[in-house]
Design a protein around this ligand. Structure first.
Ligand SMILES: Cc1cc2nc3c(=O)[nH]c(=O)nc-3n(C[C@H](O)[C@H](O)[C@H](O)COP(=O)(O)O)c2cc1C
Length: 216
């Protein structure tokens, strides 16, 4: 019988810490392949200039052998500069129906010009590839006028990232593409339940993993 971590009746007290961690990775792996899975859109938190920054990203995959979270981004986006200065990141996942929250934290590595970035780019469909064609970096001020009355947004000269001419094998935009690979040093798992909430923290140590049950 397969155990579903997000089943409202799942009882994490009945399985071993190793099994619980394995279930977390299995669920993340599943989420990365299912567009409608609640854990496919985590909130990624970073630190920059001594302030907290957060945004939604798509969980594009997990590397189960190395236990890494994979997301794609534009190399010019502020989060990349933040992670270059301070590699620490926090990934927040929430599944509303069973009310399960997962927070993962650890350093993020940025891949731009290596095998990881190349293979992620290759498997990216044409639609998301267009996101990397903007001549201006994410977060830059949009060139005036703010509201375009005559031309639809996707045809405007300032937003050519929706150019329908781009073809599948095209590597346009590749230079702006980066893969974020998140290591996990701490997992914090919270189950909000009608009778008793349950919370567990799993911490990577030099000799393996330590699990503690926490007051929710
Ligand atoms: C549903 C959704 C999915 C998103 N997926 C990504 C993504 O995979 N990668 C990414 O860099 N930004 C993604 N974004 C945009 C980010 O949330 C953010 O606005 C953008 O990356 C700029 O972030 P930054 O200024 O903190 O670098 C997504 C936004 C939404 C609403």
């Amino acid at each position: 019988m397969t155990i579903d971590l997000l089943d409202p009746l799942f009882d994490p007290r009945r399985i071993s810490p190793d099994h619980l961690r394995e279930l977390v990775w299995k669920t993340l792996d599943l989420a990365s392949g299912q567009p409608d899975h609640p854990w496919r859109l985590p909130i990624l938190g970073t630190v920059g200039d001594g302030k907290a920054h957060q945004r939604i990203v798509v969980l594009r995959g997990v590397d189960l052998s190395q236990q890494l979270l994979l997301a794609h981004t534009d190399i010019r986006s502020p989060k990349v500069a933040q992670l270059q200065t301070n590699t620490h990141a926090s990934w927040l996942f929430y599944a509303p129906a069973p009310r399960v929250q997962l927070t993962l934290s650890g350093p993020v590595r940025i891949h731009t010009d290596d095998e990881t970035a190349n293979s992620e780019w290759k498997r990216l469909p044409i639609g998301p590839k267009r996101d990397y064609l903007s001549p201006l970096p994410p977060g830059a001020l949009f060139p005036p006028p703010c509201v375009e009355e005559s031309a639809p947004l996707e045809r405007s000269a300032s937003a050519p990232n929706r150019d329908p001419e781009i073809s599948d094998g095209n590597d346009q935009g590749r230079e702006n593409f980066a893969v974020l690979a998140g290591e996990v040093g701490v997992m914090d798992l919270l189950f909000i339940r009608p009778v008793e909430h349950l919370r567990f923290r799993m911490t990577r140590t030099n000799s393996g993993w330590q699990m503690d049950r926490l007051v929710p």
